[in-house]
Design a protein around this ligand. Structure first.
Ligand SMILES: [Zn+2]
Length: 337
């Protein structure tokens, strides 16, 4: 099947009470790992590319790899999503390329670093919603600022410094018409999210619950939601890596989020850790190897395993065949009515 609408995937997730992992990619092996995991667990899935990923893959490589994914895995509903679009132009270029969903992150100015005003955020997001919905493409917005930096995007703030204000979130959705909303509840991008296991003081699920009460029909998005498992950190450090001690978002906290309106869960770091650990292991144990396949195959397998575990934990496993995907033309018509 062709790439599908994210809105429909998330509407189905809301009906079924589950969450959908959105996994970042830069290359062929990562796309294959996600698609294999989706096939094995019968999961609908979101594949997302940051601006950095689009630059790294020169856009066309990534897009055509995704078309290959729809050909090789025709039974799997898969969304191609622009992660953290910094401007309407970035989002429009993704839509023109064939992405079926875009994030307009107007919480920051177009430099991707400076926190913006509410008015600016509404203006650029509304512009993207108008352009995207006319083509049946889904839009995710962001209100409040996430912590950390991802692929050069982010204010580099502490996760708690620009938390989402629930009343503002409600107003933002009303004014923009976004399909999905990323909220800041204490999470950060990157591997170093929390110095110790997060508590209600550092990861504010209560705030999420309040936002969901005000916006029961808006699909909430948790960014920076890798769990940064100790065992993946240990493999890297055992084979010569030097990760500093760190904590991610525990899977059970993500599950609490899913019980309270979270439908999209962004995961990148966990995939990166799995890949790097597997490659380091081969390099350490078999220094005579020089065929890239000898370390990229185990790397792909390691990422597949962590993605499968998340698909099962988020509840999307088993839901690939629940619905008939609508075409983008049909989605555009339904937005228009
Ligand atoms: Zn993010």
């Amino acid at each position: 099947m062709p790439l599908v609408s994210m809105r429909q995937l998330l509407d189905e997730a809301a009906k079924g009470g589950y969450g959908v992992g959105a996994f970042n990619v830069n290359n062929m092996e990562q796309i294959q790992a996600i698609m294999e995991a989706a096939r094995e667990t019968k999961s609908p899935v979101i594949v997302q590319a940051s601006r950095g990923a689009r630059a790294y893959s020169q856009d066309n490589f990534l897009y055509h790899l995704m078309i290959a994914a729809t050909e090789v895995y025709p039974e799997i509903p898969v969304v191609l999503h622009q992660d953290h679009g910094n401007s309407p132009e970035t989002c429009k270029s993704a839509i023109n390329m064939g992405f079926t969903s875009v994030m307009m992150d107007g919480s920051l100015m177009a430099d991707g670093k400076t926190p913006s005003s509410f008015e600016y955020n509404v203006k650029v997001t509304r512009e993207v919603v108008d352009a995207a919905h006319a083509r049946g493409v889904t839009v995710e917005g962001e209100i409040g600022c996430l912590g950390g930096i991802e692929d050069g995007h982010g204010a580099g703030l502490d996760g708690l410094s620009h938390l989402t204000d629930p009343a503002q979130a409600e107003e933002f959705v009303k004014l923009t018409g976004v399909d999905a909303l990323a909220i800041a509840i204490g999470t950060s991008h990157g591997a170093y999210k929390f110095a110790k296991k997060p508590t209600g003081e550092t990861l504010k699920i209560d705030l999420l619950i309040e936002i969901h009460k005000r916006l029961p029909n808006t699909h909430l998005v948790m960014h920076g939601s890798s769990s940064v498992p100790q065992d993946l950190q240990d493999i890297i450090n055992k084979y010569g890596g030097k990760l500093k001690p760190t904590f991610g978002v525990p899977v059970e906290e993500i599950q609490r989020g899913i019980q309270n309106g979270v439908r999209k869960v962004n995961v990148d770091t966990d995939s990166r850790l799995a890949i790097t650990g597997a490659i380091r292991k081969v390099f350490a144990e078999k220094p005579e190897e020089f065929d890239p396949r000898s370390y990229l195959k185990p790397a792909r397998e390691a990422m597949k395993q962590v993605v499968m575990a998340r698909m099962i934990a988020f509840g999307q496993a088993g839901h690939a065949f629940d619905f008939t995907p609508a075409s983008l033309e049909e989605m555009a018509k339904s937005y228009a009515s």
